[in-house]
Design a protein around this ligand. Structure first.
Ligand code: GLU
Ligand code: MG
Length: 436
């Protein structure tokens, strides 16, 4: 450990950012000078538990267990994940876990929840592979304006040419940080880009998302540009998704391939996906956790607004991908979510459902919106209030998260609805455009 700090110092690192993601989906930080890393690793760094009831505007609410000025927790960096940040390598970053002052895991810690669910899966003989897709808008940094940094068309090579150095520097930065990038491309909306990374275990996938977003932010800033990861950047426009790709494995075998079911699903793989579909309205409160999320989650924007599944169907909340390594994509999620809660909640649902022999409903093989209204699959929640109602009814997620985490998370959702729920779409988008 000493050696690690020495090595960081020798390579010019001045400080280490210890981050956690709160229930509003905001990455928050306490930093230590590199010479204090050893002490921070041994004893943690103090922080108030009140952050668990912060809203996305930094206002505070309360839950039965959380709130107010009293109390303290310890933040412990996970040195296995430490990375030297780019393009300013004077900073390193490590995701952190939160413990009580007595050194016990803190019941409200989102990253601990993700790790506990991964362990629960392992106990059931399962391992999960996951990856988040990152979509972002990159604009000129001029106040709150949303002037795209490139003018080229959707998916257009023009955009790559316009932003060639920016994009190449971003790839350099991520490579230097040890992030394996699979793909990079211009997306549909003006100024929108997308990056995908290799799949890995759930906690690491969430850590990776935190690092990728901060790196995109830092490289953008170096170019005088400003990124937005908000669900919607311009009211009425196509939004930024934060799709979660996942596969579930048992004894080295992917349960989403090589079976006798539809598209090669195994019995257990299909049951896990049926479980995800069953719990998807409640999962939306976790993966699409803001009022603005529901301005994105509408039909015919490829956001996955319907509670249905289909192979390669980009309008389905659950898209099955069979090319390459078979996986399922939860398309309805966005990047205002806490990724630790997203991976933990999805894992909890799969653990609870993979061995129930549940079957998927009929596949939807067309754009659901093109069907006669009576034949359309149900919509996923249309508002954060609806999604939160579904979450509160969901015993699997309530039990998996435990009271402290669940209640604080729900309290933040209710506070967000109270603050933003009555605003115009334009005002919601303006209030949430730059914070995630
Ligand atoms: N931008 C779309 C969304 O809001 C996703 C487009 C796609 O990659 O299919 O999720
Ligand atoms: Mg995309």
């Amino acid at each position: 450990m000493d050696a690690q700090a020495d090595e960081l110092r020798a390579s010019g690192v001045r400080a280490v950012a210890l981050t956690w993601v709160d229930n509003a989906g905001i990455t928050r930080v306490k930093a230590v000078p590199v010479e204090r890393l050893e002490a921070a690793t041994a004893r943690g760094v103090g922080m108030s538990p009140v952050f668990d009831v912060y809203g996305s505007d930094d206002s505070m609410t309360m839950s039965d267990h959380t709130g107010g000025p009293v109390g303290d927790l310890r933040l412990f960096p996970d040195l296995e994940r430490i990375a030297v940040l780019q393009p300013v390598p004077r900073w390193a970053w490590a995701p952190a876990d939160r413990r009580t002052q007595e050194g016990e895991p803190y019941a409200g810690c989102q990253r601990t929840f993700a790790r506990n669910m991964t362990a629960r899966a392992a106990g059931a003989g399962l391992s999960l592979q996951m990856a988040f897709e990152v979509e972002w808008f990159v604009g000129l940094d001029e106040g709150d304006a949303t002037t795209p940094a490139c003018r080229g068309p959707a998916y257009g090579m023009t955009r790559v040419v316009e932003l060639a150095d920016y994009l190449a520097d971003l790839l350099d930065a991520l490579t230097a940080e040890g992030v394996p990038v699979d793909q990079l491309h211009p997306e549909y909306a003006p100024g929108q880009m997308e990056l995908s990374v290799a799949a890995t275990g759930p906690v690491e996938a969430a850590d990776r998302l935190v690092l990728v977003k901060q790196t995109i932010r830092a490289v953008s800033q170096a170019y005088g540009l400003r990124p937005s990861f908000a669900p919607v950047v311009v009211a009425g426009g196509v939004g930024n998704g934060g799709h979660l790709h996942l596969s579930v494995w048992s004894e080295g075998t992917n349960l989403l391939a090589g079976g006798d079911g539809r598209h090669g699903l195994t019995t257990q793989g299909e049951s896990a996906l049926a479980g995800l579909l069953e719990h998807l309205p409640a999962l939306c409160a976790v993966g699409a956790p803001g009022v603005a999320s529901y301005l994105r989650l509408v039909p015919q924007r490829w956001a996955g607004a319907f509670r249905c599944w289909g192979r390669e169907n980009r309008e389905a909340g659950l898209r099955l991908v069979t090319a390459g390594s078979a996986n399922a994509e939860l398309k309805c999620f966005d990047l205002s979510a806490n990724p630790y809660l997203v991976v933990g909640a999805a894992t909890a649902v799969m653990c609870a459902t993979f061995d129930q022999g549940a079957r998927l409903p009929p596949e939807v093989t067309v754009d659901p919106a093109s069907l006669a209204p009576a034949d359309q699959p149900a919509r996923l929640p249309r508002s954060l209030a609806q999604a939160t109602d579904a979450l509160e009814r969901d015993e699997v997620l309530r039990d998996a998260m435990g009271e402290t985490l669940f209640d604080a998370f729900v309290a933040v959702r209710r506070a967000e609805v109270g603050r933003l729920g009555g605003m115009s779409d334009e005002d919601v988008v303006a209030a949430t455009r730059w914070i995630h």
